[in-house]
Design a binder for this molecule. Structure first.
Ligand code: ATP
Ligand code: MG
Length: 683
């Protein structure tokens, strides 16, 4: 049986699968079978008798994890005694924390907050700075293991001092309310392992074989966590592609993959050089595009399929014409028998999905928007989730405040502020204040009428908590009965939709409990918190998603819209043209049989119509003729570290265009020199 598993692999893939002990790096281009190799390796290890419980496979998205899992299990003919753990980094972090968060003196009924909650909490702490900027900074601190104290002492400018201050308050808030954010799902496990060597040793012993897909997108923290998990062995197998590194903006450290062989002793390196996914034509254009990047290892990737159809380039006046063309194409594909599941539309900027959705709705075509407007981010669903969070975690003030007046029960902002203040003074959650105070004491804080309302409200919550212990289904019935949650939406403009969403949510939660009869409500909550980051509820329609979300996936027919300067490549603060090009490479290489790219002359965006120029990627990839108006050397910016053969390392302090080249002013340890960019190497 173990040899059977290997029969659809090529020689190098087999070599990788058969390698059992010791570190291994599989570095290869798109569609070369990296994911196939590691899923096969999972099955192979099990087939030769390795305990499935000692295999841990990590990846980035739930969708990818689900696909890999089903591939591995089906290779085994569904014969595994029990399934190996194959999940996202965050899910692994969550499972770990459920068992071990007590080592940080925290209870394991913590609640995971999403990015929207995070911004709200930040906004409540400080209104002056934009919450998304602060939120990103806090994320960056956490992923670089910078504590609030360090951030505070390192901050020189006023704004950084302010951010560090918010960071500290934010962390305290999470702690008081027993909340964890997404970054904590990686950071807290690392902290625990760092502080408890015996545990690190034990966990490393448990997971003897660790594999990571899409390693190019791991950051410093993920690397450190992996190091802890491997403290007892070196059996870490990572696969990745430097050309597909697309999370630089989120702190992914490409050096993780470049330095892997130095960080892990005796690393076996395997290269896969054949692409099994795309037609030669698609591959040719993808390769032409990525060749414009300087900062790459430069792998070769040969096609194995046929030449295939040429890539289509659509030119339209505006987004409406673009959508019409796409819909007409897709309708004709479907009428030829193509399944909508084999079709995907990709875009760089999420907002472009709006006109598509409108067009699809009008045409009556089903679609599945991945990672766009998230089901769980709709306000009525967030309210329900907040209710369930309070029911499972009495410390969660954040959720308590969200639901205290939903449906309306006459509790206004002043009352909430008073409760908040009391909560800070008494160092107790609002829930516990209402519970522990006598009616008279509570009236003293919020007035008699409000005190009565709050007591009644809390009694209902507590009744439901009791019922939940006996029967989850009965709890769900009584929940709606007690709070009349849907009633509030009768007769309001989009009430019908909201009620339908609520019903869908109730259906979903019931289904979850039918599938997982032993699961608790907090497990359901954790599950949706993880899922909501990338996924939406799946259906059978055409998929629409951002290029980031398409990583690792493949579709027979790919349409890429918004191929215009400013949209793709996205140009603006912090965007990096090489990373944009890698995104282009990822997008092109998702296509199996047919690729269509589309650009428009103008788009309606952020409230106005803007004239646009076609993307440089169209010329760079050889899809349209034309002189390259922007050269590949545009990759340098101030602050970049470079290396020169004679002068050594230096930092770019000025960039100037000279003909087709860039002239860089570089500071080499104090001495400034002007050098053409083709004479230096970026590091
Ligand atoms: P990406 O870089 O996009 O994540 P990948 O390197 O992980 O791609 P896979 O998704 O594993 O590539 O494989 C791409 C396609 O090629 C899949 O459909 C897979 O089944 C197929 N494939 C991989 N290896 C082989 C092989 N040896 N023979 C035939 N088909 C293969
Ligand atoms: Mg892959």
């Amino acid at each position: 049986m173990s040899e059977n598993i290997l029969k659809t692999l090529n020689e190098s893939q087999v070599e990788a699968v058969r390698h059992i002990d010791g570190a291994m790096l599989i570095l290869a281009g798109a569609g070369s079978g990296k994911t196939k190799t590691i899923t096969t390796r999972v099955a192979y290890l099990i087939s030769i008798g390795i305990d499935p419980a000692s295999i841990l496979t990590l990846t980035f998205t739930n969708k990818a994890a689900r696909e890999m899992y089903s591939r591995a299990v089906s290779l085994l003919g569904n014969k595994a005694i029990y399934p190996p753990l194959l999940c996202t980094f965050h899910k692994f972090g969550l499972l770990f924390l459920k068992f071990h968060i007590s080592l940080l003196n925290r209870k394991n009924n913590f609640v995971i907050i999403d990015s929207d909650d995070k911004k709200k909490i930040i906004k409540n702490i400080e209104k002056e700075l934009t919450s998304s900027m602060v939120s990103a900074e806090i994320s960056r601190y956490k992923n670089s293991l910078i504590t609030p104290e360090v951030a505070k002492s390192a901050a020189e400018q006023k704004v950084y001092k302010q951010i560090a201050d918010i960071y500290e308050k934010y962390e305290n808030y999470l702690l008081e309310n027993n909340l964890v954010d997404f970054d904590d799902l990686l950071l807290l496990p690392y902290k625990i392992l760092e502080q408890n060597h015996d545990l690190a040793y034990k966990i490393s012993n448990k997971y003897q074989y660790i594999m990571v897909d899409e390693y190019q997108d791991t950051n410093e923290l993920q690397y450190k966590l992996l190091q802890k998990l491997c403290c007892n062995h070196q059996n870490l197998c990572v696969v990745g592609d430097d050309d597909q590194s697309i999370y630089g903006w989120r702190g992914a450290a490409i050096k993780n993959i470049l330095c892997f062989s130095e960080q892990f002793e005796n690393t076996k390196v395997i290269k896969l050089e054949e692409n099994y996914r795309s037609t030669d034509t698609i591959l040719k254009h993808a390769n032409l595009l990525i060749e414009h990047n300087r900062d790459r290892l430069g792998k070769t990737l040969k096609g194995t399929r046929c030449e295939g159809k040429s890539v289509r380039v659509y030119e339209s006046m505006d987004e409406n014409e673009e959508t019409r063309k796409l819909i007409s194409d897709i309708k004709s594909l479907i009428s030829q028998g193509v399944s909508p599941k084999d079709i995907a539309i990709l875009f760089r900027v999420n907002a472009l999905s709006r006109s598509l959705e409108e067009g699809f709705n009008k045409a009556g075509l089903g679609y599945n928007l991945v990672g766009g407007i998230k089901f769980y981010e709709r306000s009525e669903i967030k309210d329900l989730i907040a209710y369930f969070r309070v029911i499972t975690n009495a410390n969660d003030n954040f959720s308590f405040k969200r639901i205290i007046n939903k449906p309306k029960r006459g509790i206004g902002k002043t009352t909430i502020d008073k409760l908040d203040l009391e909560s800070i003074e008494q160092k107790k959650s609002i829930y516990n204040i209402i519970n522990d105070s006598t009616p008279a004491e509570l009236s003293g804080i919020v007035g008699q009428k409000n005190a009565r309302t709050l007591k009644v409200f809390l009694a209902s919550v507590m009744d439901l908590q009791d019922i939940l212990k006996d029967s989850k289904m009965r709890f769900l019935d009584l929940f709606e009965e007690t709070f009349d949650f849907k009633e509030q939406y009768h007769g309001i403009p989009d009430g019908y939709d909201k009620i339908a969403n609520i019903d869908e949510f109730y259906g979903y939660i019931r289904d979850f409990f039918i599938q997982n009869p032993d699961a608790k409500l907090d497990e359901f909550l954790a599950n949706i918190a993880l899922e909501s980051e990338q996924d939406n509820l799946d259906n059978d329609g055409v998929s629409m998603m951002s290029i980031h979300a398409s990583k690792g996936l493949e579709y027979k027919h790919i349409f890429i819209i918004g191929m215009e300067e400013g949209f793709f490549p996205l140009i603006g603060d912090g965007s990096d043209i090489e990373e944009e090009r890698r995104l282009g490479y990822v997008a092109f290489t998702r296509a199996i049989d047919e690729l269509t790219v589309s650009y428009v002359h103008s788009r309606f965006y952020k409230g106005r119509r803007t004239d646009l120029q076609k993307s440089r990627f169209l010329t760079e990839s050889g899809l349209i003729e034309g002189s390259l108006n922007i050269e590949k050397t545009a990759a340098y910016k101030n602050g970049d570290l470079i290396k020169h053969k004679i002068f050594g390392m230096g930092r770019v302090i000025g960039v100037q265009r000279v003909g087709k080249e860039l002239k860089l002013t570089i500071n080499f340890g104090g001495s400034k020199k002007d050098i053409l960019s083709s004479f230096v190497e970026k590091i």
